[in-house]
Design a protein around this ligand. Structure first.
Ligand SMILES: [Cu+2]
Length: 130
């Protein structure tokens, strides 16, 4: 009788262990599905608080004639004058721009970039890239 009780106890213990193991192993892994979807922290689109990188060509001058931008910024010139102009620097050249034409250049390195209009060499301006 005592031996039967021991065997019963051992059997119950084994059943309990198997049940516990089965229970823990059958718990669904929910932790990996709870992370929120990742959203881009910064947009590549130009933001409203970004400093202006536009230069107007008007009255035989670049306006502003001194512009400071960040590396990677694109500057866009617009000829708002009644005569053709160019935007010509050591690294870039728009060619002749008719009235209303635009020209864009992306500055990929820091430095100071003087430029002029080849049609009117007295027109001098500078972009500083930080
Ligand atoms: Cu010009």
């Amino acid at each position: 009788m005592k031996r039967l009780l021991s065997i019963t106890f051992i059997a119950l213990a084994i059943i309990a262990l198997v049940a516990a193991a089965g229970c823990s192993s059958s718990t669904p892994p929910t932790a990996t599905t709870t992370s929120p979807p990742t959203t881009p922290a910064t947009s590549t689109a130009p933001s409203a608080d970004k400093p202006a990188t536009a230069v107007s060509i008007v009255n035989m001058a670049f306006s502003p004639d001194q512009l400071t931008v960040q590396v990677g910024d694109t500057v866009t010139w617009t000829n708002n004058d009644s005569v053709p102009h160019t935007v010509t620097g050591a690294d870039f050249d728009s060619g002749a721009m008719a009235t209303g034409a635009t020209y864009s250049y992306t500055f990929v390195k820091a430095g100071t970039f003087d430029y002029t209009c080849t049609i009117h060499p007295q027109m001098l301006a500078r972009v500083t890239v930080q």
